[in-house]
Design a protein around this ligand. Structure first.
Ligand SMILES: N[C@@H](CCC(=O)N[C@@H](CS)C(=O)NCC(=O)O)C(=O)O
Length: 209
């Protein structure tokens, strides 16, 4: 059995954030595939035994079970000694961006992609609303990246890994990537890191997706 066990599936950008962290750190890890589209995370037994919040990703390590991608990334930065903050101030700045990602960036964009790109709902008032919110978060990151290579400090940190999770998927969302050149350049820098792989090369798509 691998040292780190990640419960996830290919379409999950939140799981990809963790998979990428493990891959870029050269960790010994394996995927525990979750049949998300068949309702696995809604099953009572899954919630009782894996994650009471009913969410992926979940990381198992040394008898501990961790959930919430931000917490998992922070934990991995500590135990692997990679991509964490140098000092308290930087660590707080990383958390500021991880929280922004969870609340404003990944959340709206992932839900838009789920409806529009995966479920193919077509345009609805909900997808229009989500796109507006996602674009607003994109503009904030775009501006932040105008004069810097990475989100915090001058190197890759877990703030980048959190924010980039969904940005590497190609499913249609109705957002024109060419409108965000700084984000595209930032993604290229992340993709140039040794060990980087696109989402579906790190984790296969879930059954029934
Ligand atoms: N803030 C959480 C979000 C996790 C999340 O929403 N995961 C999705 C899959 S990508 C999920 O399991 N959703 C199930 C649900 O919302 O019922 C994190 O960063 O881990």
């Amino acid at each position: 059995m691998a040292e780190f066990r990640l419960h996830g599936f290919g379409e999950s950008g939140n799981a990809y954030k963790v998979a990428l962290m493990l891959a870029l750190s050269g960790a010994d890890w394996e995927l525990v595939p979750v049949a998300f589209f068949k309702g696995a995370t809604r099953e009572e037994s899954w919630r009782a035994n894996v994650n009471s919040m009913g969410e992926v990703p979940v990381l198992e390590h040394r008898g501990e079970t961790l959930t919430q991608s931000g917490i998992i990334l922070d934990y991995l930065a500590t135990v692997l000694g990679k991509f964490g903050g140098k000092g308290e101030k930087e660590a707080r700045e990383i958390w500021r961006w991880v929280l922004f990602d969870n609340h404003k960036f990944s959340s709206y964009y992932a839900t838009l992609r789920f409806l529009y790109g995966l479920q193919k709902t077509g345009e609805t008032p909900i997808t229009e609303f989500l796109r507006g919110r996602a674009k607003s978060a994109f503009h904030i990151l775009e501006k932040h990246l105008a004069d810097r290579k990475f989100v915090v400090g001058d190197r890759l940190t877990i703030a980048d890994l959190s924010l980039c999770g969904y940005a590497f998927y190609d499913e249609e969302t109705g957002i024109n990537r060419a409108d965000f050149p700084n984000i595209e350049a930032w993604k290229a820098r992340i993709a140039a890191t040794p060990g980087w792989k696109p989402p579906y090369e790190l984790m296969p798509r879930a059954a029934g997706g």
